[in-house]
Design a protein around this ligand. Sequence first.
Ligand code: PMP
Length: 396
Amino acid sequence: MIRDNEYARLIRFFPSRGIKIVRAQGQYVWDIDGKRYLDYHTGNGAAFLGHSNPVIVEMIIEQASKVMTCPPIFDSQVLDDCLAMLGKILPRRLKNVYFLNSGSEAVELALKLARKRTGRRRFASFTGAFHGRTMGALAMTHNPKYRAGYDPFPWEHIFLPFNDVSSLDKIDESFAAVIIEPVQGEGGLSVANKEFMKALADRCRNMGSILIIDEVQTGFGRTGRLWSHEEYDIDPDIMVAGKSIGGGFPVSIVAVNDEIASRVEEAEHGSTHGGNPLALAAVIGGTKVLLRDNVPLKSAEKGNHLANGLSEIAKTYPSIVRGVKGKGLMIGLDIRFNPAEIIRLLQTRGLLALKAGSTVLRFLPPYLITEEDIDWSIRVIDEAVRLYCEHTGKRG
Ligand code: PMP
């Protein structure tokens, strides 16, 4: 029976941020009262190429008017075009790709492939890691709050201390795979150091364990490289990416080496919406923007500018701010307390930000922010931290 005037209720795993967004364009969003916000939240980083990037919007609209549903068992022009674009940007040894809808789903497939290819059962990830909320990805995710009440998890699993080379000898020949983020996104913006990443890659190679690099948050230029792991001169077996690759449209990819791809079995995996033509059009558009605007370079330059401003704030308020963390346009302030109140102060002043770990104030700006945007945001962040000092009676 249809009932008028009855609303469904959203299940809120997180409370509302208290503003109703009615428009979003480029680096800005507007609420229902017409107030403009500079967006350093970007939908958890998904709108890194700017809200409603015109190149991507045009691709999606054009595709929607042609074919909107077409699973990849049928050939299509948009699939050919998308593979041609990805061929330009995927790491040299990771040119085999499968399309899914979310980061978690991409991680699940990566784990499944590693389990079956190696015939091994054990997995390792790191303290502070975030790889998603579906059961396999959650098994790799460290935050006890997210894990509580869901064990037993489907994979045998250990957490190793992040950036601790000496613990890597725990990875032995019983491990199917190790999964790592080059910069930990949700966990607090810790950056993997070079020695550690190199030692991890060597250890995986020596033990025959698959190395999965999770670039869901770091990838597509955000940290100042096309793929963040390029910085380390390593050769992972699998890479997963999501968030920004579709310019805000839900799409993720799993990219694997020839060895793994050559042993894929029929019917081993599948997804109704994975490889949807609109998602593929969005990836084509996203890649065009990435190449046209040299997004990695812009992230590096603008990230430096932002980091300099944030360092000044850290120096001004040492008893509130421990320091600057992150890389490129995945950057933040390590606050000595829960940053929730500062995030609220920023929002009232027209800047949207988010949290990482329990103490990091995280900024995920789109690559097209201007120098003026950055300078303005630094002033606003400075003011919010100062007000926080005054409110709480904490000394700068
Ligand atoms: N891996 C990493 C590194 C992430 O940051 C995220 C999302 N924050 C995920 C996986 C999961 O992605 P999704 O929310 O799209 O499932």
